[in-house]
Design a protein around this ligand. Structure first.
Ligand SMILES: [Zn+2]
Length: 230
């Protein structure tokens, strides 16, 4: 039996347009993580949460409408199977990375992690789709480089990107894992910077929430990118 997840809820929420982001659901996760979209208390609102457990979802009193995966590294999908089973929420997985989700432990690069359960996703995404979920429209954008099939979810009409391990506060996703590629990642970041406004809030897969404008102004990797594109 895997150890139960240790969870710490800080209980702070931030509002970005119609989206209430519980980025303070800052959980200590021992088993695995996932990003979920919750359709909760009231029309027109959604709660985004990351690093969830089925119990945390139940305790929060919300309904999970879908589980959107940006990519399938084990630290992002380790909890997908138990949460999908407990909630019945359909899983959307990047098409290129379905084999990873279907055999999670075969792709864990280091010893000492897991065991994590595999899952057959109900849906696949490749980029270019629009998903109608929880009263919101999500545009799916192909953003490879950190992993080969990585996607970013943009909430249409709201300044919000769920960009997994593409862009972080003052940093970018690593590219040394299988299928990673530095120039490809930087092209993905450039495409997000071209397409979205500076006030777009970036909910990354690690570290704090940031904005495209902040990273455009001070992220050393993005500044280097600007030099390259000049
Ligand atoms: Zn990753």
């Amino acid at each position: 039996m895997p150890a139960p997840l240790a969870i710490r809820l800080r209980g702070v929420t931030k509002r970005f347009g119609e989206i209430t982001a519980v980025d303070a659901l800052d959980l200590d996760v021992e088993e695995g993580t996932c990003v979920g979209l919750l359709g909760p208390n009231g029309a027109g609102k959604s709660t985004t949460m990351k690093m969830l457990t089925a119990q945390a979802i139940a305790d929060a009193g919300v309904t999970l409408d879908a589980i959107l995966l940006t990519h399938t590294h084990f630290d992002h999908v380790g909890a997908v199977a138990p949460i999908a089973r407990a909630t019945g929420a359909p899983v959307y997985c990047p098409q290129l990375e379905v084999p990873v989700l279907q055999d999670v432990m075969a792709f864990v690069p280091w010893p000492g992690f897991g065991p994590y359960e595999s899952w057959d996703p109900e849906h696949t995404v490749a980029g270019g789709e629009s998903l109608e979920l929880a009263g919101l429209t999500f545009d799916v954008i192909f953003t490879p480089g950190h992993s080969p099939g990585h996607v970013t979810y943009a909430v249409r009409g709201e300044p919000a990107l769920f960009s997994g391990d593409v862009l972080f506060q003052d940093s970018v996703g690593r590219t040394d894992l299988p299928g990673g590629d530095g120039p490809t990642l930087m092209r993905s970041i450039a495409s997000l910077l071209e397409r979205f406004e500076d006030d777009t809030v970036v909910f990354p897969g690690h570290m704090g929430v940031t904005t495209l404008g902040r990273e455009r102004a001070s992220n050393p990797f993005v500044l280097q990118l600007a030099d390259l594109l000049r």
